[in-house]
Design a protein around this ligand. Structure first.
Ligand code: PMV
Length: 326
């Protein structure tokens, strides 16, 4: 009745932004991501017969408010599926700076769904676990899998899940340039609601990004890093353009973020494989290959000597590290 799981964060190449169903977290468009091999989250779920409610800590601090509700909401759903009413204690440790646009919720909910299924004796397929993780945080549906992952938009709880794609190209790397490790100004949850409710660009976003998911899936199958990189930048900038159209505008990128996009463009002019992406925060992530990663880092070190960079390869799927036998 106790299980521990580890999951890795992911960075979207084709972005998810906006929900068609806020409660079930069904997105307005599909998305594609790369699972990282850095910043794992480790989560233990322990059933406590004497407990009268769930409790959850993240890095030793008791969760409260919305964050706590997201965890207890997922546990309640898992209990219903398992037919067990016992409450649980959740203990989670993150190695990624929380809420800094580096997808800590993705690894967090993928680890929670994996550990909670094992602790409650729920034997689901990875697709089933992905659908559960999705209810905690949309991007977590993708962190259930390793490598390059596609989250199919779907239109219901049943049809909205992630699945792994087969990358047939050169070994990928993601270089994270940490513009800021602070908490983001507007959470992705609130930012998405604000965008969907007020941005006049939403229709164009939904239509065009769904097409990018298909084009990027084809690029992945071909192992075409140039096409995948170009589509990655395109989806990123269209997402930020849609956010900028919200009222009030959502402006996550800073001048330094844009300077990084410029620097990445200059690298390409010099024959370096490099494509920039950014999420709901100012940090810039650069998609490159194992062969070109040292050149990207060398250029960053010269142009932005004050920025901390982290290099990541492709990470594996969420996995159980202990427990699960009841
Ligand atoms: O799953 P959330 O609520 O953390 O939203 C993630 C949104 C982006 O990171 C901006 C894009 C994405 O697809 O991961």
């Amino acid at each position: 009745m106790k299980a521990t799981a580890v999951a890795q964060p992911n960075i979207a190449l084709i972005k998810y932004w906006g929900k068609q169903d806020d409660a079930l977290i069904i997105p307005v468009t599909g998305s594609i991501s790369m699972t990282l091999d850095v910043y794992p989250t480790t989560t233990t779920v322990e059933l406590l017969a004497e407990a009268d409610k769930d409790s959850a800590t993240l890095d030793g601090e008791e969760l409260r408010g919305v964050e706590r509700e997201r965890v207890t909401g997922l546990l309640t759903h898992i209990r219903t599926l398992a037919g067990i009413s016992t409450f649980a204690r959740v203990t989670s440790t993150n190695t990624v700076p929380t809420a800094a646009g580096l997808a800590s919720s993705a690894s967090g909910f993928a680890a929670l769904a994996t550990a909670a299924c094992a602790a409650y004796g729920l034997d689901l397929t990875p697709r089933g676990v992905s659908r559960l993780a999705r209810r905690g945080s949309g991007s977590a549906s993708r962190s259930v899998f390793g490598g390059v992952v596609r989250w199919n938009r779907g239109g219901s709880d049943e049809s909205s899940f992630a699945e792994p794609l087969t990358w047939n190209g050169p070994e990928l790397r993601m270089i994270i340039a940490r513009v800021s490790a602070g908490r983001k100004a507007v959470s992705s949850r609130r930012g998405m609601e604000q965008t969907i409710a007020t941005s006049p660009f939403v229709d164009g976003w939904v239509r065009s990004n769904e097409a990018l998911v298909d084009r990027a899936s084809e690029a992945v199958a071909r192992g075409d890093v140039t096409a995948l990189g170009e589509l990655t930048e395109l989806s990123t900038l269209r997402m930020h353009a849609t956010m900028l159209g919200a009222e009030p505008p959502l402006r996550y990128l800073t001048g330094e973020s844009f300077a990084l996009f410029d620097a990445v463009g200059a690298m390409r002019d010099d024959g370096i494989v490099a494509y920039a992406t950014a999420d709901a925060g100012p940090n810039v992530k650069i998609l490159t290959t194992a062969q070109h990663a040292p050149k990207v880092r060398a250029r960053l070190a010269t142009t932005f000597p004050h920025l901390k960079t982290i290099e990541s390869g492709m990470g594996g799927a969420a996995r159980l590290v202990s427990g699960g036998d009841r």
